[in-house]
Design a protein around this ligand. Structure first.
Ligand SMILES: Nc1ncnc2c1ncn2[C@@H]1O[C@H](COP(=O)(O)OP(=O)(O)O)[C@@H](O)[C@H]1O
Ligand SMILES: [Mg+2]
Length: 574
């Protein structure tokens, strides 16, 4: 937790000032019962004073009481404001760093945490840390001062009555401790359940179409209900246990009050003194209850801090390797690459191929055969298990990430557009000229529909570009990939929503305008890759056919099968 608390350091001044004000406020509060006792016992019941003197002293001491009350009020208000400020800013900084770290995590690290868990670390966990810091600053000083100061003042007033009070404090302390020990682990359980709920919500929101299409609303609602029910009952159990502490503490208080009055009566104590002790008692007890609540927020907050710190502790530093070089005449080369996501079964096995600059590589194969994985490895989202991948004869692990990624223009499978203008989506913060953007739009076959949009390049896309058709989205994504005129262009299943004619026009434009770019086209349709210089047929992570279209039709049974089934559709379309 120390790493998290270090985020308070820049706000030390605010924190210290807040604590001083809190101290002043709390001490003033403690003086109230004392002043009251003086008025009752030493002024009102003092027969050696005249009526006028009594009046005068009552006003003076009453004035002090008013002053103490005002100091207590404003001290607390100001202190709380400062607390909100420092805890708020510190949470902001923490969240910022956490988000930044999350952005730099590599794909393996993201897989390890899981996206829903990263989301809840950024949202609810940082909220719990905020609550912990805010509550502790607000009550962490006040409660001990009230307890300790209350006891000191009580002892200074009357040792016997103070002992009665002191006897009750450990009783309350033990009760609260026992309850906390049981309920705190329960609250940690709540956090895990929350991860589950975020995961479910995320799945539901992203998969809403499929769920509707398959009429699985009821089914999903039931599953969601299960998760939320689980969360609610875990939280309920934790809070139920926790909520025992207040009534039990009050019960002990009431016994204590009775004992106090009995002892006071037996010893013929002054009524003002007993009254003051009743107040001390209440103040101390409330302070103990709030201390108990702090323990809960601290334990919850420290669990959250640990979850956040485990992300912050990830090593995201770039390691530039020193692997042996390959054939510099090849633009891209895979040399006997093996790879596994989970370290158990291989997702790619013995993958070897090479293409030269300006050539086109086509990859075809059933879903799950490893097509996207080839792209993931080439762009170094994951490192190979064994073997080597070269770009321009240099192992991809020898490139700084920014230098490597700059080489690519890519449309991922299920890629997304932002809720921003067409121009911003194609430019994507790269400060491209209108000339570059327009050229990309032309080549991506998006000219006609972009010109038809209200405002053209300035047309605003809705969230996830829901105001465009699937084919229009794909064309804009292709334009985005093309706009920087990349050395290597990758289209992962990104012509599936285009009709045959548009797809063909796109291929021609690519060959004409982007002749120097090396192209990798992943497709389900043979027509999209037919003209490639090299076609890989993947199945279950292995290359089961490699060559040009004409050769594969002859030599690769699976390829031939796909070809003959698709030929009919193609002939119909043209
Ligand atoms: N992040 C991941 N973690 C674990 N397994 C994965 C991950 N991504 C893909 N896989 C698995 O790797 C295999 C190949 O996936 P992929 O390359 O996406 O196939 P394709 O693009 O050919 O449809 C599949 O079995 C898939 O389930
Ligand atoms: Mg894929």
């Amino acid at each position: 937790m120390t790493k998290t608390l270090r985020y308070l350091k820049p706000y030390t001044g605010t924190v210290v000032l807040g604590l001083i004000l809190k101290f002043l406020g709390s001490v003033s509060e403690l003086f109230l019962p004392l002043l009251l006792e003086w008025i009752i016992d030493d002024v009102a019941a003092n027969d050696s004073l005249t009526g006028n003197e009594k009046m005068k002293w009552t006003f003076v001491l009453g004035g002090f009481m008013l002053l103490c009350a005002v100091v207590a009020l404003f001290g607390n208000i100001l202190a709380n404001r400062l607390t909100v400020k420092s805890s708020g800013r510190m949470t902001h900084d923490l969240r910022y760093d956490l988000f930044k770290k999350t952005c730099y995590l590599n794909s393996r690290q993201v897989d390890g945490f899981g996206v829903p868990s990263l989301i809840s670390r950024l949202t609810s966990d940082s909220y719990y840390v905020n609550q912990m810091v805010a509550r502790t600053l607000r009550l962490g000083v006040r409660a001990p001062i009230l307890i300790l100061g209350g006891l000191i003042l009580a002892f200074a007033q009357d040792v016997v009555l103070a002992l009665v009070l002191l006897a009750c404090v450990p009783l309350v302390g033990i009760t609260v401790f026992l309850i906390n020990r049981k309920s705190i682990p329960m609250f940690t359980g709540v956090q895990k359940k929350q991860d589950d709920m975020v995961r479910r919500t995320q799945e539901n929101v992203t998969g809403v179409r499929v769920i509707k299409a398959l009429n699985k609303n009821e089914y999903e609602m039931q599953k969601f209900e299960d998760v939320t029910q689980d969360l609610a009952s875990t939280e309920f159990r934790a809070n139920r246990t926790m909520s025992l502490s207040n009534p039990l503490a009050t019960l002990i208080l009431n016994f204590g009050l009775v004992a106090l009055i009995v002892v006071g009566a037996v010893r013929h104590s002054d009524s003002g003194l007993v009254l003051a002790f009743l107040q001390f008692f209440t103040i101390i007890l409330n302070a103990m209850i709030s201390l108990a609540k702090i323990f809960v927020v601290i334990s919850r907050g420290s669990a959250s801090a640990a979850r956040i710190e485990s992300v912050l502790a990830m090593d995201t530093e770039e390691k530039i390797g020193d692997f042996p070089g390959g054939d510099e005449s090849r633009k891209i080369e895979f040399r006997d690459v093996n790879f596994s996501y989970n370290g158990v079964e291989n997702n790619l096995e013995n993958i070897s191929f090479a293409i030269s600059a300006g050539q086109t590589l086509g990859i075809i194969g059933p879903t799950g055969s490893g097509k996207s994985t080839v792209i993931n490895l080439l762009m170094r989202f994951y490192d190979v298990g064994s073997g080597q991948i070269f770009i321009d004869g240099k192992d991809v692990r020898n490139y700084p990430n920014t230098e490597l990624r700059k080489k690519f223009g890519v449309v991922f499978q299920n890629d997304f557009l932002m809720a921003a203008s067409v121009r911003e989506n194609v430019d994507y913060g790269r400060n491209l000229t209108d000339g570059q953007i327009n050229k990309a739009i032309d080549c991506a076959q998006a000219r006609e529909f972009v010109d038809g949009l209200d405002g053209g390049l300035n047309f605003d896309l809705a969230q996830k570009a829901n105001n465009l058709s699937g084919g229009q989205k794909q064309r804009l994504l292709v334009a985005r990939a093309l706009a920087s005129h990349p050395e290597i262009l990758i289209l992962d299943d990104s012509s599936s929503a285009l009709d045959y004619a548009t797809d063909a026009a796109l291929r021609k434009a690519l060959a004409r305008e982007y002749a120097s770019s090396t192209k990798i086209i992943v497709a389900q349709r043979i027509s999209s890759i037919k003209h490639a210089d090299l076609i890989l047929v993947l199945d279950d992570g292995k290359i089961i056919g490699a060559g040009k279209h004409e050769d594969l039709v002859e030599t690769c049974g699976e390829y031939n099968l796909i070809y003959s089934t698709q030929m009919g559709a193609e002939r119909e379309a043209s």
